[in-house]
Design a protein around this ligand. Sequence first.
Ligand SMILES: Nc1ncnc2c1ncn2[C@@H]1O[C@H](COP(=O)(O)OP(=O)(O)OP(=O)(O)O)[C@@H](O)[C@H]1O
Length: 321
Amino acid sequence: MDTTTTAAATTTDTLVSARQLTKSFGEFTAVAGIDVEVRRGEAFGFLGANGAGKSSTMRMIGCVSDRSGGDLSVLGMDPRIDGPAIRARLGVVPQEDNLDTELTVWDNLLIYGRYFDLPRAAIRERAEQLLEFAQLTERRDDRVDPLSGGMKRRLTIARALINRPELILLDEPTTGLDPQARHLLWERLYQLKREGATLVLTTHYLDEAEQLCDRLVIMERGRIVAAGSPRQLIEEHATREVVELRFASPTARDTAVDQLTELRAGERVEALAERILVYTDGTDATLHHVDGLADPPASVLVRRSTLEDVYLMITGRTLDE
Ligand SMILES: Nc1ncnc2c1ncn2[C@@H]1O[C@H](COP(=O)(O)OP(=O)(O)OP(=O)(O)O)[C@@H](O)[C@H]1O
């Protein structure tokens, strides 16, 4: 099924362009002059902790919040001047589902379609397709209220596609869902990608960013602190592999941190609450040092670096801290 046919082509392949984009609330600067460019057909992510400024940025791109400074162009237009025209071509999935829970699944789709001034027959045809896309055909006549969190989320996404948007904005699409529901939702987002949709999403899940995003920026306190594809970020900021060690006691862990640092057992030794990470480009040599520890670890795991490591390297924190 084609869920993403565009309503109208824009003249450029840059769908979002921000230069020194800023958002202030009184004295407080939530977005502190960021530069981003989203290209047609890619999945672009804003990754960061709560309060990093991701939603504020999304709201400016979605034309529901005016910028305080800088330049912003969405679908080749300025949100300040052409907000309604841009919004008509966007699909917006807000952080909180805002479905009409008293209505049925089907009516939620139909009523939303009417906001876009689409002919009724076209809305019905589109709604049928989207029910299937959201795997909710069998729940079509059920009220939304008792649906699971994952189903509500899929319906919110389906609804956002009713106008065949050129650009889909998803603010934390899987927050609060259980692992199975998250995976099902990722499947739906992959499908949109395969069909050529342009996605902009925010997330504080590193695995989500790594799985879904072609390119992403890491935000910290309103600024972009790193940008690139997941692979580029890992190559640039982390080592090839990581040796993860767990210890029976905090004392054993602390002693090991000192010893491994002293021995230069890797490029970097990072002590977390319940594990040690040794970043290394020479795993064999690192493991040799681990073997020589006075108090051996309870477990040793060698793995490839991930975005979690990049985040830790850059910010000095894990995202769940
Ligand atoms: N309307 C507002 N008035 C005042 N401060 C705000 C407002 N909206 C957001 N902020 C502040 O701006 C900062 C960035 O918020 P924002 O929602 O953009 O972050 P976020 O990265 O999306 O985090 P979250 O995942 O919590 O939404 C936060 O410190 C927040 O308290």
